[in-house]
Design a protein around this ligand. Structure first.
Ligand code: NAD
Length: 348
């Protein structure tokens, strides 16, 4: 019997990870710790809420005494840490919020795990889920590998880089058994519609402008979220302690090309004339410090753990778009209220 703490399991990626672990490992006890910020939503994991091996805990990772108490009470064997402030634009508005959750919150988890496990690290593992954005920006050539120097440019990526460094330091200094993965942009069901793909699907449905930053040439690698969850499962169970693995989709797109394809698929799905949705594309003022290109060399996880994406981008996009079209209540619920005011401020 393993007791696993998954943080951020009511968010986008975390909900897919929690679902996978609850369904695939009936002998584990899965504890999902989430503060339910604007990005956390229990609707994302409603289908598993009554499973006998699942417990939801509402709580904030920045609350040190709460985190220490939780570890003392539950005696976890493993931690898969996803809880974070995750949106770059929000980090530009309020960097300190990102330091509090992403750095201090991670420190609280590291300290609690160290305190509980020190003296007997057997069978224990602290898994930090991180981003390729810690590596900074690439030019038009090259790929990020696990040995690329960290060079973060946004407050978000600086906070994730900082927490990665602390995780590694706890491994080197105290022997804490850890793994870190740095993954490219995810997409898929339950993605909060402030991020590019769900934002644009939602705006196309509602005939609202599609705000493309700068000249649209920013390039990102995209990975279907369920393939990220499979990779996390593999690394958690079979990755080597004190190692980092890059995870990517082998799937680079310029933003403007991605938006154009999205518009074409949406025209078809909504019965619009081809080219109708693309008329909504609007170039907006660039994000400060915007990284030109991210691209991942995922050959280490591929050769050492046998992982590769299971769906093509075309298949993943089709699943994603159909999910949003069939779940417009979910979309409407998360885009009303506080998010509506944020959106107005961001794009007015
Ligand atoms: P998300 O914003 O959708 O979800 C974050 C979750 O963390 C939410 O449920 C939120 O309620 C919770 N949370 C936030 N602050 C908290 C706090 N102080 N205490 C407890 N819970 C808190 O994020 P996501 O896109 O699912 O990303 C999950 C993780 O994966 C993050 O660590 C992110 O850096 C990393 N990551 C994301 C991507 C991506 O493309 N989305 C890519 C690579 C890595």
């Amino acid at each position: 019997m393993k007791k696993i703490l998954i943080t951020g399991g009511a968010g986008f990626i975390g909900s897919h990870v929690v679902r996978r672990f609850v369904q695939n490992y009936p002998d584990y006890k899965i504890f999902n710790l989430d503060a339910l910020t604007y990005a956390g939503n229990l609707e994302n994991i409603k289908d598993i809420e009554n499973e006998p091996n699942y417990t939801f805990v509402k709580g904030d990772i920045t609350d040190e005494s709460f985190i220490n108490g939780l570890f003392e009470e539950k005696q976890f064997d493993g931690v898969i840490h996803l809880a974070a402030e995750s949106h770059v634009d929000r980090s530009i508005e309020d960097p300190l919020a990102f330091v509090k959750t992403n750095v201090i919150g991670t420190m609280n988890l590291l300290n609690a795990a160290k305190k509980q496990w020190i003296g007997n690290f057997d069978g224990k593992r602290f898994y930090h889920v991180s981003t390729d954005e810690v590596y900074g920006s690439l030019g038009t050539e090259g790929l990020f590998t696990e040995t690329t120097a960290y060079d973060p440019n946004s407050p978000y990526s600086a906070s994730k880089a900082s927490s990665d460094h602390f995780v590694r330091a706890y491994g080197e200094t105290y022997g804490l058994p850890y793994v870190i993965t740095n993954c490219s942009n995810n997409y898929g069901p339950f993605h909060f519609p402030e991020k590019l793909i769900p934002l644009f699907i939602n705006n196309i449905i509602n005939n609202k402008p599609l705000p493309v930053y700068g000249d649209g040439n920013y390039t990102r690698d995209w990975l279907f979220v369920k393939d990220h969850a499979v990779a996390i499962d593999l690394v958690f169970h079979h990755g080597k302690n004190h190692e980092t693995y890059n995870i990517g989709g082998f799937n680079e797109w310029k933003n403007i090309d991605l938006v154009t394809v999205l518009c074409q698929i949406m025209d078809q799905k909504l019965g619009r004339t081809l080219g109708e949705s693309a008329q909504l594309i609007t170039y907006v003022k660039d994000r400060p410090g915007h990284d030109l290109r991210y691209a991942i060399d995922a050959s280490k996880i591929n050769t050492q753990l046998g992982w590769k994406p299971s769906v093509t981008f075309e298949e993943g996009l089709e699943i994603t778009i159909d999910w949003y079209l069939n779940n417009q209540d979910w979309l409407n619920n998360v885009t009303s209220g506080a998010y509506a005011s944020y959106y107005e401020k961001q794009y007015s």
